[in-house]
Write a protein that binds this ligand. Structure first.
Ligand SMILES: [Zn+2]
Length: 295
């Protein structure tokens, strides 16, 4: 007789790391990947890798392979297949249709120079109800009565400002590509993911994405934002600012440095390889709450 097969319950924590294919892994992205990995693994959750490839003009050839090899070299192994955001185009199109049905979508013909300081439509496109095919982006009008504050797992209560959620924002670009806000809102919502750990530069976007969830009838995941790493020039460490690729010959040192920046307990000296360091860091992970004091 064979024992009955019992299906393991799906993890109640589903997290992800979602880099854009715009360059190799640098210290800033390794640090964010590590924070989301440790938070997921500490909570016995799953951790997926999603390549946010919805902006082909910005993509850099070969960067997906280098991101994957960089993560693997540091022992940051994801669950299942790598997911590509471009595969969700149908879901994004459906969301655009739903926004249209909600009466909040409008064609905006403004050029960059026309926009308000907040990035909102600078003219009266919303009242003009353009229907012709002149170049336009699609924007949603924000209904501020639907706004809700939220509790960030690392930063605490978050209130909404006009900068975070202006009167309207783009969901489909003038060049026909889906806007980041729409794609991230649809792909990060439950049940895809329950927990999103990412950089603090996306905090304002979180308000827009949570608002889109409310309009689209989606459940928002729990958000946690980590402080950004800055280079010696004071700028955020990012691919746009030319941050160099992480040195794959010193993976243990890279992880130790990121753990220190995340204010985690240092792994013992006996932990010499990424696996041993990650094992210690996962068991001892403590949300970096104090980072909220350092904007
Ligand atoms: Zn406009």
């Amino acid at each position: 007789m064979t024992a009955p097969v019992t299906k393991a319950a799906p993890p109640t924590y589903r997290g992800r790391f979602a880099p854009s294919p715009t360059g190799p892994l640098h210290m800033g992205s390794l640090y964010t990947a590590l924070a989301s990995f440790l938070d997921a693994r500490h909570h016995l959750g799953s951790w997926q890798l999603r390549i946010d490839d919805i902006d082909p003009p910005r993509a850099v050839i070969g960067s997906v392979e280098r991101i994957l090899s960089g993560l693997k070299a540091h022992g940051l192994l994801w669950d299942g297949e790598v997911v590509y955001q471009s595969q969700s185009a149908d879901a994004f199109e459906r969301a655009i249709r739903e926004l249209g049905q909600s009466g909040r979508l409008f064609r905006c013909r403004c050029t960059r120079a026309d926009l308000k300081k907040t990035g909102s439509c600078g003219q009266v496109c919303v009242t003009q109800q353009h229907t012709d095919d002149a170049p336009h982006s699609l924007r949603v009008s924000v209904d501020r009565s639907l706004l809700t504050a939220f509790e960030d797992s690392f930063l605490g209560p978050q209130t909404i400002t006009v900068e975070a959620l202006p009167e309207d924002f783009i969901v489909k670009r003038r060049d026909g590509l889906f806007a980041y806000q729409l794609a991230a809102a649809v792909d990060d919502a439950q049940p895809n993911f329950t927990h999103i750990v990412r950089g603090k530069d996306l905090l304002d976007s979180t308000h827009r994405q949570r608002w889109l969830h409310a309009i689209l009838g989606l459940s928002s995941p729990q958000y946690a934002h980590v402080a950004l790493l800055h280079g010696t020039d004071g700028n955020k460490l990012s691919k746009q600012n030319g941050a160099p690729e992480v040195d794959l010959s010193q993976t243990a040192d890279n992880l130790r440095q990121c753990l220190m920046l995340l204010q985690q307990a240092p792994p013992p000296a006996s932990a010499r390889n990424p696996q041993a360091i990650l094992e210690h860091a996962t068991a001892n992970w403590a949300p970096p709450l104090h980072l909220s004091q350092h904007p």
